[in-house]
Write a protein that binds this ligand. Structure first.
Ligand code: ACO
Length: 402
């Protein structure tokens, strides 16, 4: 390979690439994307096949360990995760201390960050057993933390995890169940969440994953790195887009201005208004995940008995955009976030929780990428350069003379 550091020493030249539009920061064997053809594969397996046949637990194993598990491996992985779903009582008390109207994303990130204080026996990035332990703990505890963040926002009591349940059923119960009340898992809801989590599980060097890698490149522990990734995901240009889409659809509906008027406002870049859930840095063709969600949204909403007028609005919006030169010329297509919010809403989650659900889905990808980065002998601490544009050298001026 090309030794960039050596080249830089010799020539003094740096590459100016804001937003890393054309800079590969890692070699990775995890996820393959062909943005022009709309192809997405995890470890070589097409997303369509995984969505059709696999489960989120199996996909998590695949991403982290590189191969599809045998039945025995999957069972042991699943059981390991089930054993760690409980939160330390002191950590559980955190949730009562946040303001009730707090957004659940910073609550999630804070609690994940706090895992480094509770589990000091699994912080060494170069100790294989500790990395295994922090991996299992994170996979198991993040859904519990997410559900508790939600419960506290409602002022509702939290329930303890039930480890006879699989990860997603447990999460549904933790989110919607009540102490000492029986809870029946809705199979349609469980399957819907499983599918959405599979679709979100990894997406190579996106903003949050790059953040996880960058933080981890200083040899910071897995909890710290993932906590930073959660904050990166929270922004409306990234994971936060899934809630922004629903708010946009609701606004269009409430204003009664009609879809075409709204599209005109987007095209005129009125106050920077964008069509949320549209466009992608890499996909310049239909996002294959969006194609799967779109196909299932209609079906799922009918099955759940939650037919939503906003879905018709979204379909109309997409149709108009796909025929409009503004979007065609810029190769703007729906991304994964365009239709997911409608499903999360139908499952009973409030808009504020949508990005938290994205985080649960993305977790195995963050973990897999962090582990790959830590094990890669080519990894260096992430340390970009800059083009300095500030003042030249000047003398200090005493405060009375300014
Ligand atoms: N609505 C309207 N115009 C858009 C949109 C959009 N959603 N996205 C891009 N454009 C326009 C830009 O204004 C720009 O036009 P110009 O050349 O006339 O100025 C052109 O398309 C290129 O856009 P960039 O911002 O340069 O594209 P970039 O690759 O930097 O951004 C991004 C990608 C952030 C996803 C962008 O498309 C966007 O803001 N989308 C809306 C938010 C969203 O849905 N985010 C989720 C991304 S997927 C994910 O995180 C799961």
């Amino acid at each position: 390979g090309l030794d960039i550091a050596k080249l830089l020493r010799e020539t003094g030249e740096v590459t100016f690439d804001p937003g890393f539009v054309n800079t590969a920061t890692a070699r990775s064997a995890i996820t393959y994307i062909d943005g022009d053809q709309g192809i997405l594969r995890y470890r070589g397996y097409p997303i369509e096949q995984l969505a059709e046949n696999s489960t989120f637990m199996e996909v998590s194993y695949l991403l982290i360990y590189g191969e599809l598990p045998t039945a025995e491996q999957l069972e042991s992985f699943d059981q390991g995760v089930r054993r760690h779903t409980l939160l330390h009582e002191d950590l559980r008390r955190f949730f009562g201390a946040f303001p009730r109207d707090a957004h659940p994303m910073p609550v999630l990130s804070s609690a994940v960050s706090a895992l480094s204080t509770f589990y000091q026996d699994s912080l060494d990035p170069f100790d294989t057993d500790q990395v295994e332990l922090s991996t299992t703990r994170l996979l198991a505890k993040l859904p519990t933390i997410a559900a508790y963040a939600y419960k506290k926002s409602l002022g509702s009591p939290t329930v303890f995890p039930d480890n006879s349940l699989d990860l997603i059923s447990n999460f549904l119960r933790l989110s919607f169940g009540f102490p000492s009340e029986p809870f029946e898992v809705d199979e349609t809801a469980r399957k819907a969440l499983d599918l959405l989590f599979i679709l979100h599980a990894d997406h190579e060097q996106n903003c949050s994953t790059s953040t996880v890698r960058l933080v981890g490149s200083s040899n910071a522990n897995l909890f710290a790195s993932v906590s930073a990734g959660i904050h990166a995901l929270s922004g409306p240009l990234h994971g936060g887009a899934n809630s922004a889409v629903l708010e946009m659809l609701e606004d269009i509906q409430a204003s009664g201005e009609g879809v075409r008027k709204f599209v005109d406002r987007v095209k005129n870049k009125e106050q920077g208004v964008r069509l949320m859930g549209f466009g992608h840095r890499v996909y310049k063709n239909y996002d294959p995940r969006a194609a799967i969600v779109k196909k299932t949204a209609d079906e799922l909403l009918s099955k759940l008995g939650k037919r939503d007028e906003l879905l018709d609005l979204a379909l109309e919006l997409e149709q108009i955009a796909l025929e409009d030169d503004y979007f065609v010329d810029r190769k703007l297509y729906p991304n994964v976030d365009f239709y997911t919010g409608l499903i999360y809403k139908a499952l009973g989650f409030p808009t504020k929780m949508f990005t938290v659900l994205f985080a649960i889905g993305r977790l195995p990808g963050w973990i897999a990428q962090w582990r790959e980065m830590i094990q890669d002998p080519e990894t260096k601490i992430g340390r970009p350069r800059q083009l300095y544009t500030g003042a030249g050298a000047r003398d200090y001026v005493a405060i009375d003379n300014r």
